[in-house]
Design a protein around this ligand. Structure first.
Ligand code: S3P
Length: 431
């Protein structure tokens, strides 16, 4: 599908973004292995989170959607810690790295063998990072020579380990903690660089015996979780596209309501503010241990700057849209220590460089980063999503600032995390 994007004069409106993708995956998985029926409000509408639900369904955890006063409610029938059933088919994680990596932690502890794979992109993504700690816990997992999906997981009795994450990855941390929930004894995960902590918070909310300290989590195995009513905040990583659209518009006043403001995810706001962005927090509350608030964004002069080290890890999903912003900033943007971008849904460094070239933007790439000089002008062009939702959305926003209509080929990729993206864009962009 090709989307046409027309240059925008202004950005105005009050919008919502879909439920947070990371939190949705976790609530669905934990609700499936809890005892009782959980109600999950505002579950992500993205295809990735539907992949998690279909895998859980194939494992015997049934769910249904209903509507309550305009809110979507997902009911998940929990099977308890030892209640999942052997699937009759290969589990299909689609495009979703979070699904395969986190669910593998649960599958490794089941008394059956299962196989889990996904689409062409997922079949190229590295799984050695979860296979190695799970093997230490006693799991047996077969994969291709390159340690890529599909994974054949021979479930076995696991034992707790003390694991230091070699790379900053919340998916790996979550996989080990979910395996630890099923294992004998205690499992400890330590990280050098803080990553999103939604799994730890959700485990605590559902009654796990978990000790949390900065960059440290310890879980006791064998404790049953209890079903709960859960509310998923809006996805700040989806909001980021519209935040940038408003910042660079000639005229803007945008409000994004009910956005997740977990401090492990709001580094994007801190960085934007440090570059001169006018972003106000209007109202903040808490639900299930997660902060939620409304954001107001106005047109701002963005200086640009350097993103590196722990900051890169904390906003890895926002680098495509920040790179677009970098080209429009005063001083440009330098991104370092972002090798992980090369193993996302596509090689995002390469995809950024190709689309920038098509739009007449100068950028230099390195093995683990990208440098984009500031004060550049986007030329009208046809760009590609490369099958990656964040590339499709980042270059749609670039199109708003271009000197004529742009075409995004493969724009349907946006539905991986944000099926309503183009409709929302149409609502707020005044052309
Ligand atoms: C995620 C963690 C990050 C992020 C991904 C979602 C999660 O991946 O990029 O979009 O939900 O835990 P890594 O764990 O590979 O860093």
């Amino acid at each position: 599908m090709t989307e046409q994007i027309s240059p925008a004069r202004a950005i105005h409106g009050v919008i919502r973004v879909p439920g947070d993708k990371s939190i949705s995956h976790r609530y669905a998985m934990l609700a499936a292995i809890a005892q009782g029926e959980s109600e999950i409000y505002n579950y992500s509408t993205g295809a990735d989170c539907a992949s998690t639900l279909s895998c859980l369904e194939a494992l015997g955890a049934r769910h249904g959607f209903s509507n309550l006063n305009g809110h979507s409610v997902l009911k998940m029938h929990g099977k308890g810690l030892a209640g999942l059933a052997a699937p009759h088919e290969v589990l299909d994680a689609g495009n979703s790295g979070s699904t395969i990596r986190m669910l593998s932690g649960i599958l490794a502890a089941q008394p059956f063998t299962s196989e889990i794979g996904g689409d062409e992109s997922l079949s190229k993504r590295p799984m050695g990072r979860i296979m190695s700690p799970l093997a230490e816990m006693g799991a047996r997992i077969d994969a291709s020579d390159r340690q890529c999906p599909p994974l054949r997981i021979h479930g076995s009795a696991l034992h707790g380990i003390d694991y230091s994450l070699p790379i900053p990855s919340a998916q790996v941390k979550s996989c080990v903690l979910l395996a630890g929930l099923h294992a004998n004894g205690e499992t400890t995960v330590r990280e050098r660089i803080t990553t999103r902590d939604h799994t730890e918070i959700a485990l605590r909310e559902l009654g796990a015996d978990i000790t949390l300290e900065p960059r440290f989590a310890r879980i006791r195995g064998g404790i049953q979780l209890s079903a709960k009513r859960l509310f998923v905040p809006g996805d700040i990583s989806s909001a980021a596209f519209f935040i940038v659209a408003a910042l660079v518009a000639r005229e803007a006043d945008l409000i994004v309501t009910s956005v997740g403001l977990n401090p492990t995810r709001t580094v994007i706001l801190d960085v934007l503010r440090s570059m001169g962005a006018m972003i106000k927090l209007l109202h903040v509350e808490e639900a299930n241990g997660e902060l939620i608030g409304n954001l107001q964004i106005r047109t701002s002069r963005i200086r640009g700057g350097v993103i590196e080290g722990p900051t890169t890890a904390a906003l890895i999903d926002e680098i495509p849209i920040l790179s677009v912003l970098g080209a429009l900033s005063e001083e440009g943007l330098i991104v370092r220590n972002a090798a992980e971008l090369r193993v996302k849904e596509t090689d995002r460094i390469d995809a950024l460089a190709r689309n920038f070239r098509a739009m007449g933007i100068t950028a230099a790439t390195t093995a683990d980063g990208i440098e984009i000089p500031g004060k550049q002008k986007f030329r009208a062009a046809t760009v590609q999503s490369y099958g990656d939702h964040r590339i499709a959305m980042a270059f749609s926003i670039a199109g708003l600032a271009a000197d004529g209509p742009c075409f995004i080929e493969g724009a349907e990729a946006a539905s991986i995390s944000f099926p309503e993206f183009y409709a929302t864009l149409q609502e707020i962009a005044i052309v």
